[in-house]
Design a protein around this ligand. Structure first.
Ligand SMILES: Nc1nc2c(c(=O)[nH]1)N[C@H]1C(S)=C(S)[C@@H](COP(=O)(O)O)O[C@H]1N2
Ligand SMILES: [Mo]
Length: 231
């Protein structure tokens, strides 16, 4: 069903692109934008909160020495990795405020192997550890009927998630990889890990989390990449 919709979407897109010469560019952009919206709608409908990412056995983990780093700007932004770091939580939430890593680590820990898929065409299997984001959201009293979560990062990167994806059982507020604290280049002290989505949704070095009904943008999404980014 979904594949069929994608197929028709792709056909629609090729017709659009083939008619380049005849169409003023504004129209093409409009067409692309409505295709993107259509695509988002299909993905939203396909996303199930119970559908887990493919299971990865320990033997299939990427060797830690080959753990790849990817960033739009720098591998070492001015992220505070001392105990002074706080996650600022705000918006539609009962207990807004500044949360320390120690507080986050006190919450029930979830360790999981998952595949990280970068849109550039590579993937890796990582053992992540942290607290399930749904658990953290409940703990701070986030309004679960709110539509979106937005995050902002130390390198000026930013991301947005629909609430269902944010509350997916495998979405982590992550502070460990391979049973060790995250290294700076992989997002220390704290990042999002969202195995059901392309890698650019897994925001590193997060500083601020907002619960909101206003659809947030994302660093790559605002340059035309897919907002849902489902795998
Ligand atoms: N803050 C921030 N988070 C980010 C990015 C970034 O540039 N800045 N890049 C994203 C992309 S495109 C990928 S593939 C993953 C890479 O994560 P890794 O470096 O831990 O492998 O981080 C994502 N999160
Ligand atoms: Mo990526």
């Amino acid at each position: 069903m979904i594949k069929t919709l994608y197929f028709f979407g792709a056909v629609f897109l090729s017709i659009l692109l083939c008619s380049c010469d005849a169409t003023p560019s504004g129209k093409i952009e409009q067409g692309l934008r409505s295709f993107q919206k259509f695509n988002d709608g299909v993905q939203q409908a396909a996303f199930s909160k119970n559908k887990l990412a493919p299971k990865i056995e320990d033997k299939d983990l990427t060797p830690e020495s080959q753990f790849r780093v990817n960033d739009y700007d720098t591998h070492t932004p001015p992220s505070d990795t001392t105990e002074n770091w706080r996650l600022f939580v705000t918006g539609l939430v009962k207990h807004p405020g500044y949360y320390s890593l120690a507080q986050i680590k006190e919450l029930q820990k979830q360790v999981q192997n998952s595949k990280h898929v970068c849109v550039e065409g590579w993937s890796q299997n990582i053992k992540w550890g942290g607290v399930a984001l749904w658990y953290f959201l409940d703990w701070v009293g986030a309004d679960s009927t709110a539509k979106y979560i937005a995050v902002e990062c130390a390198d000026k990167y930013y991301e947005g998630y629909d609430m269902e994806s944010a509350r997916h059982p495998e979405t982590l507020l992550c502070y460990e990889a391979f049973n060790k604290p995250l290294t700076l280049q992989h997002g220390a002290p704290c990042r999002i890990v969202m195995p059901t989505k392309l890698g650019y949704k897994s925001a590193k070095w997060i500083l601020k989390l907002v619960v909101t009904n206003t659809k947030p943008g994302g660093y790559w999404e605002d340059q035309g990449y897919d907002w849902n980014a489902g795998l």
